[in-house]
Design a protein around this ligand. Structure first.
Ligand SMILES: [Zn+2]
Length: 144
């Protein structure tokens, strides 16, 4: 079975995945296909690794810096009360991180974002929203 994140990386390389925000040396930052939590993004390594510990040491360090740039960019644009950064991989075992900005007016603020996952599809990212949010994030990333 093909890995869906390898497929996404492939599409990105071909220029046919519209949720791309930024290309780093080792990873791609994508806007989430839903925006249940506004500013939701995913960072995906370009190469398929099952565990973070499988990355060579130099790449681990570089990817960590890439992750921090993403975190700061999302923080700057959306100003959440707290960022939830998750790496699980039980469903897709290709190293990736979810950035869930969490806001003060969230009634479920103290709960993990996944408890709302049945509602994610109700907040599919519209093409207009996609363009708007990607542009906002692109504007802050090169400066970092
Ligand atoms: Zn993969």
């Amino acid at each position: 079975m093909q890995c869906p994140l390898c497929e996404r990386v492939q599409k990105t390389n071909e220029g046919s995945y519209p949720f791309i925000i930024h290309e780093f040396k080792n990873s791609y930052l994508y806007l989430g296909e839903h925006q249940y939590y506004e500013g939701y993004c995913i960072l995906v390594t370009k190469t398929h690794f099952r565990e973070m510990t499988d990355l060579p040491q130099k790449m681990r360090d570089e990817v960590f810096q890439e992750m921090m740039i993403c975190h700061e960019a999302i923080q700057k644009v959306f100003q959440p009360k707290k960022m939830n950064l998750c790496s699980l991989g039980n469903v897709v075992d290709h190293v990736h991180w979810h950035f869930f900005p969490r806001y003060a007016d969230d009634q479920n603020f103290k709960n993990p974002p996944w408890l709302q996952m049945n509602l994610f599809d109700s907040a599919k990212t519209s093409p207009e929203k996609r363009v708007e949010l990607i542009e906002k994030l692109k504007q802050v990333i090169p400066a970092m």
